[in-house]
Design a protein around this ligand. Structure first.
Ligand SMILES: [Fe+2]
Length: 387
């Protein structure tokens, strides 16, 4: 996150003695990335954060490819993923490569009997249905429909849901997730031309400090394995922190679309970047206003990337037979574009209410059985004439 934030109490100078009212020390931890060359935060704990009491076991959760070299456009019926009580069990990876795992989840329950951290990947949670609170050792972020939650690798978290009806679209990224560099000036501030700015971010607040000893189950995802460890002190025992490395939220409804006289290219919708994929937000907007404008997109080839679209809400003007929660995959190597009739239908239209999230990966995606279980099986033929 390219801005400085602080919560709780911290010493006036870093790396100096910081004492509790009773004279005992608080324990400092540097929480850094990219070999301590990237963004970092300094936390102050009630207890030494290094106290592992027990290692209980490990479970392989790495996705398995059933279509390793895919050349077929897919349409996945996302809401057909069955709800499950446990958050981690509910996450079903449908598409993946060495850079990212793309999953759907319908968790029914909050998880507060264990803690979780992903130490390999930043996690991007898109909240399609449901609301609640993301609880972390760096503070809490309330979330609701339309929120992206960016959780940097290593952040310990729990999710509290307000109801059982939750739908999440999740991207685990093995490369840091940033806001696009071209949106920021040389100090890191978002430019006037950026479709959003610092004011739109949901920053952690309400830092809760749990000064507790005991047994605290920590599930740690590393190298495709979920390890279960027992910590001897409560993982949320931070009394204060400051820095740049922390989770944040951003509502897709705060993305201000860039429009033009003629059709604007996909990069105007970009919301996040990594070195291996981009995330774009397609939001309700006015259509192109050239007198001869064609609002539907032109046919295009993803020569360099596989394209994943997650359909959230509204009308999807360039697609036929698309509904909420669907995912389409348009693999690199073949062109795609508006469905038959939709280009003609778009002429003269003034605006669209579409809401969708796009992930374009620079390396091809592999397909899991969980994806084929909800695939319609015939989407790749959907550009043929109807007659
Ligand atoms: Fe496309």
């Amino acid at each position: 996150m390219p801005l400085y934030h602080r919560l709780g109490k911290i010493p006036a100078k870093r790396h100096t003695q910081f004492k509790k009212p009773n004279g005992d020390f608080y324990y400092e931890q540097l929480f850094g990335t990219i070999g301590f060359d990237g963004m970092s935060s300094l936390m102050y704990h009630e207890h030494r954060p290094t106290q592992v009491k027990e290692i209980r076991g490990a479970k392989d959760v790495a996705p398995q490819a059933v279509l390793e070299k895919n050349m077929r456009s897919l349409k996945l019926i996302g809401f057909d993923v069955e709800p499950e009580s446990d958050y981690l069990d509910s996450r079903k990876t449908v598409l993946f490569n060495k850079d990212c795992h793309i999953s759907l989840a319908a968790p029914k329950s909050s998880f507060n009997d264990y803690f979780y951290k992903n130490v390999d990947a930043d996690e991007l949670l898109f909240i399609h249905k449901g609301s609640g609170t993301l609880k972390t050792m760096l503070g809490e972020i309330p979330f609701e429909y339309g929120d992206y939650l960016v959780i940097p690798r290593g952040v310990i978290y729990q999710l509290e849901f307000d109801s059982e009806d939750n739908r999440l679209f999740i991207v685990e990224s093995f490369h840091p997730i940033y806001t696009p560099k071209r949106y920021r000036n040389w100090f890191g501030q978002h430019l006037e031309s950026s479709p959003y700015c610092e004011r739109d971010f949901k920053l952690p607040g309400n830092l809760q400090t749990h000064d507790e000893k005991g047994e605290f189950l920590m599930k740690i995802k590393k190298q495709g394995v979920l390890h279960s460890l027992v910590y001897a002190t409560h993982p949320f025992d931070v009394v204060g922190w400051d820095g740049y490395n922390f989770p944040y939220g951003f509502s897709i409804h705060n993305f201000e679309p860039i429009t033009g006289r003629v059709h604007q290219p996909p990069p105007v919708h970009q919301t996040f970047e990594t070195s291996a994929f981009v995330v774009c937000s397609f939001c309700p907007r006015l259509y192109d206003y050239h007198p001869l404008a064609v609002p539907a997109p032109y046919n295009h080839s993803n020569i360099d990337s596989d394209e994943v679209l997650y359909y959230v809400d509204g009308d999807f003007m360039s697609r036929n037979d698309i509904d909420q929660g669907y995912i389409t995959l348009h693999p690199a190597g073949i062109p795609h574009g508006p469905h038959p009739g939709s280009m003609e239908r778009s002429i003269g239209k003034k605006k669209t209410e579409e809401l969708a999230v796009m992930v374009d990966t620079f390396a091809p995606l592999m397909v899991t059985q969980a994806a084929l279980d909800i695939d319609d099986g015939k989407y790749y033929k959907s550009w043929l004439p109807h007659d």
